[in-house]
Design a protein around this ligand. Sequence first.
Ligand code: AMP
Ligand code: GLY
Length: 431
Amino acid sequence: MHILLLGSGGREHTLAWKLAQSDKCEQLHIAPGNAGTLLCGHNIAIEVDDFENIRHFVLSNKIDMVVVGPELPLVKGIQDYFLQDKDLSRIPLIGPEKAGALLEGSKAFAKEFMKRHRIPAAAFETFDGDSLSKGIAYINSVNGPYVLKADGLAAGKGVIICQTAEEAQKELRAMISNSKFGEAGRRVVIEEFLDGDEFSVFILTDGISYKILPTAKDYKRIGEGDTGLNTGGMGAISPVPFVDDELMTRVEKEIIIPTMRGLKKEKITYKGFLYFGLMVVNDDPYMIEYNVRLGDPETQVVLPRIKNDLVDLFIHVANETLGTQEIIYDRRAAATIVLTSEGYPEEYTKGKTIGGLKDVHDSIVFHAGTKIDHGNNRVTTGGRVIAITSYGQDLNMALELCIKNAGKIKYDGKYFRKDIGYDVVAQPEIV
Ligand code: AMP
Ligand code: GLY
């Protein structure tokens, strides 16, 4: 098969690495890709939401399948674009249609969906320009902390947690009246604050049945001990030690099954990955957010723990025969540590030459913000530069290898957290 993968981050290098392992993958193209995806296939200079050029490339290169990494093209309706085009409609695209992508594209839609289908989640109200004063009054009527969420996509920055009512009211005004998060944030969901342990569950679905993938936990804050600014994710582990069979059974019954039923009831065809961002509060699972894709950097630990041929699984998704498949887990633990650029997650340095890649042993190097420059050097281009993934008989061993190998990569301004998994690795392993 000729496969086109859309995206350019660590998640996409991991997807490319996994797709390229399949005997069924004759040609792999990545648009636009990075210096790592080049090792798995051909990079092409097309942006993920440039539908016209994607169409042209797919038809002129006889692409048999398109795999979508990030949310942007899904929220912009790439699945619908393919289905509505007489030449593209026969080519399977792995990712939900626009109506399904709204689960990530609109926080208000996602919260209403959870409510309609009785999925346990924080209580909420939605406000916009016409109801700003009601929003101000609402904040006065409930206890803090207050969780404010911009409705639309905000590149992972649209959630603000405020301790006091005054702070929350100020932020609400900044979001609605001053477009702090652009148009996307002029509608705001205010949510009850939940206090508990977060983790992520991923499924792959063909719209009829679904398969649960390995659990993961990511570490979003820039600083050790989960301090400082939020990032896209500084590291991840899989499995999550506190997620036992009993909890997973409840997650499936109380969250995954109602979500799948809800999608069917609302006539939303969903083929692709669905990410459940969850929190355990007093032993009960709650839904925090949906994403309509795999997580980054969770993918860097989830895919290495799946032994199945990924192309095969995607063919079953396209043919709606996923129900006949079993996911085969690698029983080893996996950890990943993200190496970032100086300044990240605020303004960061770029163009730094990366060395030491060949000195990494017993770990997998997944590239994120990297490219090859005119002098044929690998250089940094993004805030998150590289993720180092390792296997281990337990998480401690995997993390130790990650730290050792992260130390071998060299570029100016390199930073990484050495405490990924700090809150859970002391607990007994449940694989
Ligand atoms: P989201 O983009 O909805 O995942 O929110 C980003 C992060 O904000 C989550 O990973 C949580 O750490 C935090 N968060 C979101 N909603 C809540 C909530 N209701 N209570 C506490 N923390 C939350
Ligand atoms: N690591 C969080 C995300 O991918 O949304």
